[in-house]
Design a protein around this ligand. Structure first.
Ligand code: GRF
Length: 193
């Protein structure tokens, strides 16, 4: 690709995956620009990272219930994304379920990073569930987003060992380290074959 990849990133939390994308852009291992950093969390580190880099941001009030994002909020997210004209949209710890119209408008252009080796351990407690399973390996997955949660086409995965001494926090920290390599890699070879 000759031009910079136009990336929109959606996040709600610490934004470490967003930081990994920014680092790759700054290091020029990823030829890209952030055209929008959108969040539902006005006090998140995710938003601070974007503001520190003077990137275009949007804060959407998605309502008080994390599992019930209003239709008006879904429309607002869509409209902000449309205006930003991204080549690809990255869900990097976005704690809302994205629905239409965004999923239809941007079909095959929305990525999620999930802290397990999908199809194992779907859902919000992937790290806790992996730890409780007694297995010795988990990992992370970058996949396309479709209406069914954590079920879109898998683009890349990386394994992470589960250590006998692991807590949910230590295991998630190591999984995130793997995510920080995997996600920029997928973006640097966008679009996927
Ligand atoms: C990551 O573990 C990702 O897999 C999951 O949410 C977490 C986001 O972390 N979807 P961060 O905000 O990027 O630090």
């Amino acid at each position: 690709m000759n031009q910079n990849l136009r990336i929109a990133v959606l996040g709600s939390g610490t934004g470490s995956n967003f930081a990994a994308i920014l680092d790759a852009i700054h290091a020029r291992t990823l030829r890209a620009e952030i055209v929008l950093a959108l969040t539902d969390a006005p006090t998140s580190t995710f938003l601070t990272l974007a503001q520190n880099d003077h990137l275009p941001t949007a804060v959407i009030d998605c309502g008080p219930h994390p599992l019930r994002t209003t239709d008006a909020s879904q429309q607002a997210i869509h409209d902000h994304l449309l205006a930003a004209r991204p080549d690809v949209i990255v869900l990097a710890g976005f704690m809302r379920i994205l629905k239409d119209p965004t999923l239809t408008t941007f079909a095959d252009r929305i990525l999620n990073v999930h802290p397990s080796l999908l199809p194992h351990f779907k859902g919000r407690h992937a790290v806790r569930d992996a730890l409780a399973s007694g297995q010795t390996t988990t990992g992370c997955t970058v996949h396309l987003v479709i209406p069914e949660i954590d079920a879109g086409r898998i683009l890349a995965q990386a394994p992470v060992p589960i250590l006998p001494t692991d807590t949910e926090h230590t295991l998630h920290t190591r999984i995130k380290q793997a995510e920080h390599t995997l996600l920029p890699q997928v973006l640097s070879t966008w679009p996927p074959p």
